[in-house]
Design a protein around this ligand. Structure first.
Ligand SMILES: NC(=O)c1ccc[n+]([C@@H]2O[C@H](COP(=O)([O-])OP(=O)(O)OC[C@H]3O[C@@H](n4cnc5c(N)ncnc54)[C@H](O)[C@@H]3O)[C@@H](O)[C@H]2O)c1
Length: 230
């Protein structure tokens, strides 16, 4: 993005797990910072916990100081390996806090708890979205999430890697639909965590036809949720 095209837009790089200082007025704080792919958060377990805990605290502190609206990007992984499908917001989840994937799930659960505490105690105007699997242009081919993995392996003629027992299912939401959901939630009066994802089109490794792609089965550290569907 060129600043000449967007003169009012300024990009500043920083680690939100450290104190966040922004000069001048702030209307909205959208906290989306976190390693998000299993490949990233398994490599960065402590940074992942820190950005969910300290990063969320710092971002909420900025919103409080500036009297700004606050928005947290949470995740369907808050439900862990759910016992019910689809998951509704009242379901408290089924999370292994000490497994390798727990660093991401628990960071987001703590982030939600801290956000609700700032809303209830400090009256900050907060919103929380639980994002389900999203896809769209410009994903890294080595991102580690299912769709870019499959695309990369298909393009390079390799067998597709299916984690776990291959029976897990997901529903994928296109990024512009997610953005619209996020915008609507941000403008709403809803303060409790809200699922945004594709409520239909649940797919698994066997596809709708029941035909299985040529697959290279791998076991991912920690349990892989069997079904995540909003
Ligand atoms: N894409 C999805 O399907 C999905 C699903 C559920 C939740 N989410 C959440 O949405 C948010 C964005 O996800 P994404 O898919 O765009 O991921 P992404 O990896 O493309 O973007 C995350 C960004 O956070 C930055 N970041 C990480 N730690 C940071 C720190 N301490 N300080 C500042 N920046 C930091 C990374 O550099 C990266 O630019 C994340 O919070 C993620 O947990 C995404």
């Amino acid at each position: 993005m060129r600043s000449s095209e967007w003169p009012k837009f300024r990009v500043a790089r920083g680690d939100v797990s450290n104190y966040i200082d922004v000069a001048g007025p702030v209307d909205y704080v959208l906290h989306f910072a976190s390693p998000a792919s299993p490949v990233d958060y398994l490599k960065l377990p402590i940074q992942t916990l820190k950005v969910g805990a300290l990063g969320t605290h710092n971002a909420l502190g900025l919103a409080l100081a500036k009297n700004a609206k606050f928005f947290l990007a949470s995740t369907s992984e808050c439900y862990g390996d759910p016992e019910i499908s689809p998951q509704h917001e009242e379901y408290w989840g089924h999370v292994n806090p000490i497994g390798p994937r727990g660093v991401y799930d628990e960071a987001k659960r703590y982030a939600e708890a801290m956000t609700m505490a700032y809303h209830r105690y400090h009256k900050v105007d907060t919103h929380i979205v639980r994002i389900f699997n999203t896809y769209g242009p410009r994903m890294r081919l080595n991102d580690g999430r299912a769709l870019p993995n499959f695309v990369y392996q298909a393009l390079s003629g390799k067998p597709l890697t299916i984690y776990g027992d291959g029976k897990q299912t997901r529903s994928f939401c296109y990024v512009s639909d997610l953005i619209e959901g996020i915008y609507r939630l941000m403008m709403s009066d809803e303060h409790l965590p809200t699922n945004v994802g594709n409520p239909q089109a649940e797919v698994g490794a066997q596809g709708r036809s029941g035909r299985r792609a040529e697959a290279d089965a791998r076991v991912l550290p920690g349990s892989v949720p069997q079904a995540l569907k909003g």
